[in-house]
Design a protein around this ligand. Structure first.
Ligand SMILES: Cc1cc2nc3c(=O)[nH]c(=O)nc-3n(C[C@H](O)[C@H](O)[C@H](O)COP(=O)(O)OP(=O)(O)OC[C@H]3O[C@@H](n4cnc5c(N)ncnc54)[C@H](O)[C@@H]3O)c2cc1C
Length: 443
């Protein structure tokens, strides 16, 4: 049986594996986590809107009944192309005939001093849970020590005015409102500031300018301060410094400033990479220089293909691109097995979406038409439910969202990590600050 190893069980890896279920190939999906993460809703976990388990789904459960697909819980550290082995951390290598690299990307800090140490990225479930604990602790701190208000425990700086930054800023404003209105916090809501910083002079660059203006007006209307056209120069554990010399006192910097493939496993494959570390692929998505390898999703410079009027255009790092490129790579492997030639990839643009908070979102269709406001928000909800993995998750998320909509009182506003120092325990260093991400952290 032809052995296919898929590295990563994100949108791309799952899509490739699903396309190979029941086919005459032996598939192994390898992931350093035992669950798939629905990244578009991580911000809901980070702002205490959803539980961790609502946006994560065990990979074994997805393929439990597929006889030709198995899961391997391991971190990949490279590929031996000569021997056709995927190299795993701490266990025997996996032999392959074809390999699909779907290992995603990670946060990009642009070398800004202090950014990787003191800010909170939002790329994994661990990131989201850590941020939620941290934000909820700041609320408790502000309640306990109102005199500290000037030091900024309730100043939340969001770096990046793309969809993730806009979503996080809107949801943080809602969290502060709810905390004061429903949870009995006694701090003055006006001492809570959310400041969104972006180096460009507009939000949501992939969207039309009118959509960006709508997002800016909506955020300002919800009390969020926008510092557009300003670059972050320095992040410390107590402030953010901008390029105009101004300093914002804060203990919480959410990093939504972009993603990179550099320093991920893709850079240890001995394969050709392009800008931002993305793996270079041929038109059929096979790796440049490695005929038996394919790269898909965020990890790859996926060509837009024939549908684009810009020659050489590369797809954005979006879930739809990962899903479509995953299915395409799987189909090419099957074509080769049948003795047919491979086909070039062609991206089918289904539009882009961003939500700004309750009853405010933007959907931009490929023809440029915009739907915004409540209708845009309902479209966002519907689409994300459709793509959420697992029937149980869909039901739970739908119930949670509906309940939150009717009653702000709900929401998992629980601090899970240990926060109160017990009398006989030493004070941990950097208590309450980010700790390195742990592979395999389960929901
Ligand atoms: C906060 C956030 C919000 C987003 N919102 C949207 C949105 O609204 N709409 C949209 O279209 N897109 C959105 N995106 C982008 C979208 O989630 C990505 O484009 C998509 O997840 C890419 O899929 P992928 O399969 O390429 O990678 P990923 O989904 O990142 O999956 C990569 C997988 O590889 C595994 N992995 C990585 N390295 C290793 C290793 N060394 N060994 C083993 N396993 C490994 C990881 O554990 C992970 O499971 C968002 C992204 C983020 C971070």
């Amino acid at each position: 049986m032809h052995r296919v190893v898929i590295v990563g069980a994100g949108f791309g890896g799952l899509s490739a594996a699903k396309a190979l279920v029941g086919k005459p190939v032996d598939v192994t999906i390898v992931d350093q986590r035992n669950f798939h993460t629905f990244q578009p809703m991580l911000y809901e976990v980070a702002t205490a809107g959803l539980e961790s388990g609502d946006v994560a789904y065990p990979i074994r459960v997805i393929f439990g009944k597929a006889p030709n697909v198995r899961f391997r819980f391991a971190a990949v550290r490279g590929v031996d192309w000569e021997r056709r082995h995927v190299l795993l951390e701490g266990s025997d290598p996996l032999a392959f005939d074809s390999v699909i690299v779907a290992s995603g990307a990670t946060a990009r800090y642009f070398g800004i001093p202090g950014a990787s140490e003191f800010s909170f990225p939002l790329y994994t479930l661990t990131d989201a849970r850590r941020l939620r604990d941290h934000v909820l602790r700041r609320l408790e701190d502000a309640d306990t020590n109102p005199a500290r208000a000037a030091e900024g425990p309730l100043n939340f700086v969001v770096v990046g005015g793309g969809p993730t930054g806009v979503e996080v800023a809107g949801a943080l404003a809602e969290l502060l409102d709810v905390a004061v209105r429903h949870d009995g916090f006694r701090f003055d809501r006006t001492t809570g500031r959310i400041i969104l910083v972006d180096g460009l002079d507009r939000l949501l660059t992939p969207f039309k300018p009118s959509a960006a203006s709508y997002a800016a007006d909506t955020l300002r209307g919800r009390g969020i301060e926008l510092r557009l056209g300003r670059m972050v120069k320095l992040v410390t554990d107590t402030c953010v410094e901008l390029d105009d010399g101004s300093q914002i006192p804060t203990e919480t910097v959410v990093w939504a400033g972009g993603v990179t493939v550099e320093k991920t496993v893709a850079s240890h494959l001995g394969a050709a990479v392009g800008p931002n570390g993305r793996l270079l692929v041929e038109a059929d998505l096979s790796l440049v220089g490695h005929h038996d390898g394919f790269a898909i999703g965020d990890a790859a410079a996926v060509p837009w293909g024939a549908g684009s009027n810009e020659p050489g255009k590369i797809c954005p790092q979006l879930a739809q691109v990962a899903i479509q490129s995953g299915a395409h790579a799987a189909a090419q492997i099957l074509s080769r097995l049948d003795g047919r030639s491979t086909e070039p990839f062609r991206y089918h643009d289904k539009g882009i979406m961003a939500t700004i908070g309750r009853r405010a979102a933007i959907t931009q269709f490929p023809n440029g038409a915009l739907v915004r406001g409540t209708l845009g928000w309902l479209a966002w909800l519907g689409l994300h439910l459709v793509y959420l993995i697992g029937f149980r998750n869909r039901i739970v998320v739908l119930v949670n969202w509906s309940w939150r909509y009717l009653s702000w009182g709900s929401g998992p506003r629980v601090i899970v990590g240990d926060t109160i120092q017990l009398a006989d325990e030493p004070v941990p260093p950097m208590a309450g600050r980010p700790v390195p991400s742990e592979p395999g952290d389960s929901p």
